[in-house]
Structures are given as C-alpha cells and as structure tokens.
Ligand binder design. Structure first.
Ligand SMILES: NC(=O)c1ccc[n+]([C@@H]2O[C@H](COP(=O)([O-])OP(=O)(O)OC[C@H]3O[C@@H](n4cnc5c(N)ncnc54)[C@H](OP(=O)(O)O)[C@@H]3O)[C@@H](O)[C@H]2O)c1
Length: 372
C-alpha cells in the first residue's frame, strides 16, 4: 500500500474559502478569521510523517494488536505495521477478511495472528490478549479501533441500537484498554492507541449517541493518563487518542442509518492519512491527535468557542446529511451482525457522493407532449 500524507499547509486564502463554503454564512466571519488563524497556526507546527521505504523493518519483533482490522482504517494500519515487520494480531468479527489481511501482512514481511473477536464481549477481549501474549510473548502496542455509527434524528433510532453502539464503541474500548494496560504494567511498558473521532471533542447533530461514545473514549484516555502520572507510570506507558475527520472507509456502509438519506459528510479524508497518524503515534506517542487540518481546526475552535463550533458543525451535517443525500431506507448496518459489504480500506464514498451530486444537478427532463 502506498501511503500519501496530505499536505496540511493549505494557503490561508484557500482555507478561508473552503471554510466559508462549509458554513456559508456572513454572521460567522469574525469566527472564521479566528478559525483560520488557529488552523494555519496549528498546521505550521505539525509536519506529517510519511511512511516510506526506510520504515521497512522498523517494527520487526514488536507486537501490535489491532481491533477492527478487517476493513477501513484498521485494515490499512495492519498492513502498514506488517510492511514495517511487526507481529500483527488481527481482531474483528469477519474471520474470512482477517485471513485475507493476514495474507497481506505476511506478503509484506510481517507475522500475522488472526483472532476472531467481538469487542463488545469482555471474554473475547480477554481471549485476544491471552492469545497475543501466548504467541508473541508481549504486546507493544494495542489499538482499539473497532467502531460503528448510528446516524439520524436521535428520537428515530430504537434505544436497542444505542445500547449496542455503546457496547461496541465505548465498552469495547474500556475492555481493550483494561486488558492492554494490565499487560503493559506486567511487562513494564507499552502504548495504547484509542481511535476516537473529531466528534470526541465536537459533538454533532444526528450523531448524538456516536458523539457520546467517542467523547467517552477521549474522557477515558484523559483520566487514564492522569492515573498513570499519579502512579509514575507515564515514562513507560503511553495513552493516545486519535481523532480523525470524516474518512472515506466502509464506515458509511456499516453504520446504522435512520436519517432517510444516503450517508454523507463534507470533504472526506483519505484513509491513508489516518493510517499514517496511527502508525506515527504508535512510534511517537502524544496524547491527543486530531488528524489533518479540518480535525485540527475543529478541535482548536471548539476549545476557543464551543457553542459556535457546535452550531456550525450541526449546520454542516444538516445540509450534507439531511438535505443533500438521496433517499435511503432504514438500516441497522453491521451493528448486530457483520455484513460482507465494505471489505477494503477505502469505502468508495467520495465517488458515490460525487455521482449523487452530479445526478442532483441534472436539469429536470423537459415535459413531453403527453405530460400534464
Ligand atoms: N470513517 C470515518 O469517517 C471515521 C471518522 C472518525 C473516526 N472513525 C472511527 O475509526 C474506526 C474505524 O472505522 P473505519 O472508518 O475504518 O470503518 P470500518 O471499515 O467500518 O471499520 C470498522 C471495523 O470495526 C470492526 N467492528 C465493528 N463492530 C465490531 C465488533 N462488535 N467487534 C469487533 N470488531 C468490530 C469491523 O469489522 P467486522 O464487521 O468484521 O467486525 C471493521 O473492521 C471506528 O472506531 C470509527 O468510529 C471513523
């Protein structure tokens, strides 16, 4: 897989235009200036590290556990760690796809281990940790990446779906973090990487319960970092939260959807950007990692002006998801059982949205003689 890091230093002028397009309103101009400054300032202090051929072998002999490794970001990260020589423990529900990923890891020089896992089951996570240690002797990095979504008006989805979402997105991360930190303490160190989202910091409309689970992940990590500090363990045990913007992975096909429209979001990122961020964070841990300029801008602006940032984010989702999307039936996605659709790292979502946009812009067919 070729990983290309997106340039994160767009000119301030272009950035202003993109953000103005985002929000499309005069009233927020002073805020935009603030946001642009925050983003450009932030972008100029962070250089993306690009995974390159010199990285080959860098992870040789190290063991990395990845949940949600069957598709999307987790699959991309698994293959990249494999390319860098790691022992990669692959966890998810679709065993057939994990076997496929294991083949890719092996072909690139890594050593895979497939453990079929439902992260919502504490017993499965315990089994995963034990299998990794039994096979490789220790766990250097544990990545809690498995996660799904429920999209639509909060009151339209059944509470059973929210309960299941919390089981996977939050309880799954608690179980994984618990297993990882206990193992790190026993072996004298390790790095825990939890995949949150930009919505860990900025809750968004029509993703209420999803936002709550991802805020829970960030909160867990912040508290955990404090506990490690109080117990003088921060030297050896690192905890990081990855916060991507919306990404073009199969996530959109796997999410439960009660919005009445095809799932959409503005300006999806390429998954390689998040894969790079995860691999780099595993090597050079830092506590909170908003990925790319959009997530960084939203993260910073929410710290400065939370209310207006939430209003703008809500308006974006209202327009993109609830107004622009074509009609779509209700689905529970892969919440209760895995679905085979959405097998790769990329989801093809950007292409689908482009097609939908072109369709919407087509002029209405002329009225024929027979039409009334
Ligand atoms: N795509 C985005 O826009 C975006 C943005 C911000 C954050 N994120 C987060 O990034 C993470 C990865 O998502 P993605 O974008 O790569 O989407 P994805 O392709 O749908 O990946 C989700 C992964 O989680 C696994 N999974 C789901 N439920 C599971 C369960 N109960 N037990 C074990 N594994 C389970 C899936 O595999 P199986 O179905 O085989 O179990 C799949 O491998 C998620 O936490 C997501 O919330 C995504």
């Amino acid at each position: 897989m070729i990983l290309v890091a997106e340039g994160i230093r767009p000119g301030a002028k272009q950035l202003t235009k993109e953000i103005t397009d985002f929000v499309g309103g005069e009233a927020v101009k002073p805020f935009l200036l603030l946001l642009v400054l925050a983003v450009v300032g932030c972008a100029s202090t962070q250089s993306p590290r690009v995974a390159d051929s010199s990285a080959r072998g860098r992870w040789a002999g190290k063991t990395v556990v990845i949940t949600g490794a069957s598709s999307g970001i987790g699959r991309g990260a698994a293959v990249e760690f494999g390319r860098q020589g790691a022992n990669v423990v692959l966890a998810a529900r679709r065993t057939n796809l994990l076997e496929e990923v294991a083949g890719e890891v092996r072909a690139r020089g890594g050593t895979p281990l497939v453990i079929t896992t439902d992260v919502s089951k504490a017993g499965d996570i315990e089994r995963l940790a034990q299998a990794a240690v039994r096979r490789f002797g220790r766990i250097d990095v544990w990545i809690n990446n498995a996660g799904l979504g429920v999209v639509g008006p909060f009151w339209d989805a059944p509470v059973a779906d929210y309960s299941r979402l919390i089981d996977i997105n939050l309880k799954g991360v608690v179980y994984g973090s618990h297993a990882a930190v206990r193992q790190f303490r026993a072996q004298g160190g390790g790095t825990l990487v939890n995949v949150g989202s930009v919505v860990s910091e900025v809750p968004v409309a029509y993703y209420a319960c999803y936002s709550a689970t991802k805020a829970g992940v960030l909160s867990l990590d912040r508290a955990l970092n404090e506990e490690l500090r109080l117990n003088r363990l921060t030297g050896n045990i690192k905890v990081a939260t990855i916060m991507p913007w919306a990404v073009d992975t199969p996530w959109w096909k796997h999410a439960a959807n009660y919005s009445g429209h095809t799932p959409r979001m503005l300006a999806l990122d390429d998954p390689s950007k998040v894969v790079n961020a995860i691999v780099n964070t595993a090597e050079h841990p830092s506590k909170e990692v908003p990925v790319g300029w959009k997530a960084q801008g939203a993260y910073i602006s929410h710290r400065i002006a939370p209310d207006i940032t939430e209003t703008i984010s809500g308006n974006i989702v209202q327009r993109e998801q609830m107004e622009k999307g074509a009609s779509a039936p209700v689905t529970t996605g892969s919440l209760y059982r895995p679905i085979q659709a959405g097998r790769f790292v990329e989801g093809g979502q950007r292409e689908e949205m482009k097609r939908e946009d072109q369709q919407r812009r087509l002029p209405a067919p002329p009225e024929g003689p027979g039409s009334q």
